[in-house]
Design a protein around this ligand. Structure first.
Ligand SMILES: Cc1cc2nc3c(=O)[nH]c(=O)nc-3n(C[C@H](O)[C@H](O)[C@H](O)COP(=O)(O)OP(=O)(O)OC[C@H]3O[C@@H](n4cnc5c(N)ncnc54)[C@H](O)[C@@H]3O)c2cc1C
Length: 361
C-alpha cells in the first residue's frame, strides 16, 4: 500500500481548491474523484456561474488563480490533475496511526492509506455516510432548475431577481451575452419543467420574467438541484476533516455555499501547514480541532442567515410581500445587521486566514 499524507475524497470545486492550496509543500496528496475530469479549458455554453465573494477572490489571488478566473469563469478545471480518476470510495476506516480507504477503479479495488482524509465529496458525502456522521437535513421542497439563457438584449452586467408563483428566479450576467438562470420550482413540478421542450421552457420563463431583456432566444442544458440544508454535526474526527458541501450544503439563494467552502480550505490549509512546520502529525485530532473551532462561528452564521432567507422567500406569495418588507425594514433599522449581511456576503466576517489576507501560507 502507498502511504499518503493527505487523501482528498472529491475533486469538485472545494477539493480541487484544497489541492491547489497545499501544492508545493512536499506533501504526498491523493485525490479520489468519481467523475472523469474535463480536459476542456475554454468556457462552453453550459458552464455554471458561481458568484464569488470578495474574500474568495482574495484567497484565489493568494493561490495564484485569480488572473485565470478573472478572464472567464471556468479555469478551475485546470487544477483538476489526477491519474486516479474516475474512482469511488467503497470503504473507509480511521485508525490510530493512519486511515485506510478502499477504492473502486475500473471494477478493481485498491487500498490507500493516509495520515489524514479530507471529505470534499459533496452533499451526499459517502465519507460521512460510511462513518455514520449524523446530519441536520431539511428538505425545502424546492428544486433549482439551472440553465444558460441568451436574451435578445444585452444584460449590461445587471443581475435580475424575480419572485414568481413557483419561487425566486435569478438571471445572472455571464460572458458572451449569456445569463445564468436559477429558477426555483416546487419539487413536485420538477419533472414537468425538465420535460418541457426548449421553446415551451423559454415561453414559461418569459411569462414570469417579462421582456426587460427582450425575447429569450436560446436555452442550454437544464440541470435540476433539489434544495436542502444539510449540516454535518461533526466536522472532524481523528484522521478526518469535512470541507465544503460535505460539511454544509446550503440553499443557493444567498450564493454562499462555495464561498463558505473556500474559507474552509483556506483555514484547513493554514492549520495543516502550521502543524507540519511545528513537527505535528496533520491527522491528529488536536490539530483538526483547531480547524473545527475556527470554522464553527462562520458555519453557524452563514447557515442560519441562508436558511432564514430561504424560508422567508419560500413563503406563499401574499405572505411573501409583507414578510420580505418586514425583513428588509428590520435590516434597514438595524445597521449592525446590515453591516453583518454585507460582511457575510463579502466573505469577510470573523478572524481571517492568511490566504484571505493576501498572505502566503
Ligand atoms: C443552483 C446553484 C447555484 C449556486 N450558486 C452559488 C453561488 O453563486 N455562490 C456560491 O458560493 N455557491 C453557490 N452554489 C453552491 C456551490 O455550487 C457549492 O457549494 C459547491 O459547488 C460545493 O463544492 P464541493 O466541492 O464541496 O462539492 P461538489 O461540487 O458537490 O463536489 C463533490 C465532488 O465529489 C465527488 N464525489 C462524490 N462522491 C464521491 C465518492 N464516493 N468517491 C469519489 N468522489 C466522489 C463528486 O463527483 C464531485 O466532483 C450554488 C449551488 C447551486 C445548486
Amino acid at each position: 500500500m502507498n502511504p499518503y499524507d493527505i487523501l482528498i475524497v472529491g475533486g469538485g470545486l472545494v477539493g480541487a481548491s484544497l489541492v491547489r492550496a497545499l501544492q508545493g509543500r512536499g506533501l504526498r496528496i491523493a485525490v479520489v474523484e468519481a467523475v472523469q475530469f474535463e480536459t476542456r479549458t475554454e468556457a462552453g455554453y453550459d458552464d455554471r456561474a458561481i458568484a464569488l465573494a470578495h474574500g474568495t477572490q482574495r484567497i484565489f489571488s493568494s493561490l495564484g488563480l485569480w488572473n485565470d478566473l478573472a478572464d472567464d469563469a471556468t479555469p478551475i478545471h485546470r487544477i483538476h490533475v489526477s491519474d486516479r480518476c474516475p474512482a469511488t470510495l467503497a470503504d473507509l476506516n480511521l485508525g490510530a496511526e493512519a486511515a485506510t480507504a478502499t477504492l473502486v477503479m475500473d471494477d478493481a479495488t485498491r487500498m490507500l492509506t493516509a495520515r489524514l482524509v479530507v471529505a470534499a465529496d459533496g452533499a451526499g458525502s459517502a465519507v460521512r455516510d460510511r462513518l455514520g456522521i449524523p446530519v441536520i437535513d431539511r428538505d425545502y421542497g424546492q428544486t433549482a432548475v439551472i440553465a444558460n439563457i441568451t436574451p435578445q438584449l444585452p444584460h449590461r452586467h445587471v443581475a435580475f431577481e424575480r419572485f414568481t408563483d413557483t419561487g425566486p428566479m435569478a438571471l445572472l450576467p455571464m460572458s458572451a451575452g449569456r445569463c445564468a438562470l436559477v429558477w426555483t420550482v416546487d419539487s413536485r413540478e420538477t419533472g414537468e419543467v425538465m420535460g418541457f421542450s426548449d421553446s415551451e421552457f423559454l415561453s414559461r420563463l418569459q411569462e414570469r420574467f417579462g421582456y426587460r431583456l427582450g425575447r429569450f432566444e436560446r436555452v442550454g442544458r437544464r440541470q435540476a438541484y433539489p434544495l436542502r440544508l444539510i449540516k454535518a454535526k461533526e466536522s472532524v474526527r481523528h484522521r478526518l476533516a469535512l470541507v465544503g458541501n460535505a460539511a454544509h450544503t446550503l440553499h443557493p439563494i444567498a450564493g454562499q455555499g462555495f464561498n463558505l467552502g473556500v474559507r474552509d480550505i483556506a483555514v484547513l490549509a493554514e492549520v495543516l501547514v502550521d502543524a507540519l512546520v511545528g513537527g505535528h502529525d496533520p491527522g491528529e485530532l488536536a490539530v483538526l480541532n483547531r480547524y473545527d473551532a475556527w470554522r464553527h462561528a462562520d458555519h453557524q452564521r452563514v447557515t442560519a442567515f441562508t436558511d432564514g432567507l430561504a424560508r422567508l422567500f419560500t413563503l406563499p406569495l401574499p405572505a411573501l410581500g409583507m414578510a420580505r418588507a418586514a425583513g428588509m425594514l428590520a435590516l434597514d433599522l438595524l445597521p449592525p445587521a446590515k453591516r453583518l449581511l454585507t460582511r457575510l456576503t463579502m466573505g469577510r466576517s470573523g478572524r481571517m486566514p492568511r490566504l484571505a489576507r493576501g498572505l502566503p501560507l
